[in-house]
Ligand binder design. Structure first.
Ligand SMILES: Cc1cc2nc3c(=O)[nH]c(=O)nc-3n(C[C@H](O)[C@H](O)[C@H](O)COP(=O)(O)O)c2cc1C
Length: 205
């Protein structure tokens, strides 16, 4: 079968397969604050590490549905130049999901999802206290991607990792053991995966 992007229905597929094909995608659970100090958190699965040296990450913020304005995470990063990427363990899955709801301004996702926070060391934005790891980030650049058919654009936010918070209970023999916290990742549709099993494959000489 061959399909052109967004033409899946013509080939008998009920849903767009793009996100299911590009899976699993790690989830960046992004905490930010706006200039008046109001805190915000939301998950983003168009997220990844993009460079080891310097350590850098990116995530992409699509325009708000039926509105042309930015999502709150992007608005806050534009104001403060800072954000934190919190890693989502299987235990945190429900809190992450609750925090994705588009709450009216003034309603705190942290209260709605009962998320505990801890102060960060290198940025003003706090991190999720019980996240297995969180990355304190400084904005490098925002790239506006080409417009969609409705003329609105997705923004790609790129940042430097300035500090790393680690829960020491996930470290075994000097290495992080992901099977201890089982990071979750986004698949297509409403599906997620959790990492419970590893295999190692040394690279060829
Ligand atoms: C697992 C998951 C992944 C998501 N990934 C993205 C994404 O990559 N880009 C995006 O714009 N929205 C994504 N969303 C939707 C946002 O989390 C949602 O629009 C949220 O309300 C944005 O919050 P904010 O306005 O506080 O930034 C995702 C939602 C979930 C549950």
């Amino acid at each position: 079968m061959f399909i052109y992007p967004n033409k899946h229905k013509e080939e008998g597929l009920s849903h767009n397969p793009f996100k299911a094909i590009v899976s699993p995608r790690p989830i960046g659970w992004i905490s930010t604050c706006c200039s008046d100090g109001t805190l915000n958190i939301a998950p983003y699965s168009f997220f990844n590490a993009v460079s080891e040296q310097p350590p850098m990450v990116m995530f992409c913020s699509a325009p708000k549905k039926e509105k042309s304005n930015d999502k709150d995470s992007l608005t806050n990063i534009k104001e403060t130049g800072e954000f934190v990427v919190n890693i989502v363990s299987y235990a945190l899955r429900d809190k992450m999901n609750i925090s994705s709801k588009n709450y009216p301004k003034g309603v705190s996702e942290f209260e709605m999802a009962d998320i505990d926070l801890a102060p960060s060391r290198t940025v003003k934005v706090p991190h999720v206290k019980f996240a297995p790891a969180s990355l304190e980030c400084i904005l490098w650049q925002i790239v506006e991607l080409p417009p969609r058919s409705d003329n609105l654009s997705t923004s790609m936010i790129l940042g430097f990792v300035n500090g790393i918070n680690l829960d020491e209970s996930i470290i075994k023999d000097g290495k992080i053991d992901v099977t201890i916290y089982k990071p979750i990742s986004r698949l297509g549709y409403s599906d997620y995966a959790k990492i419970t099993e590893l295999f190692s494959m040394p690279r060829p000489e």
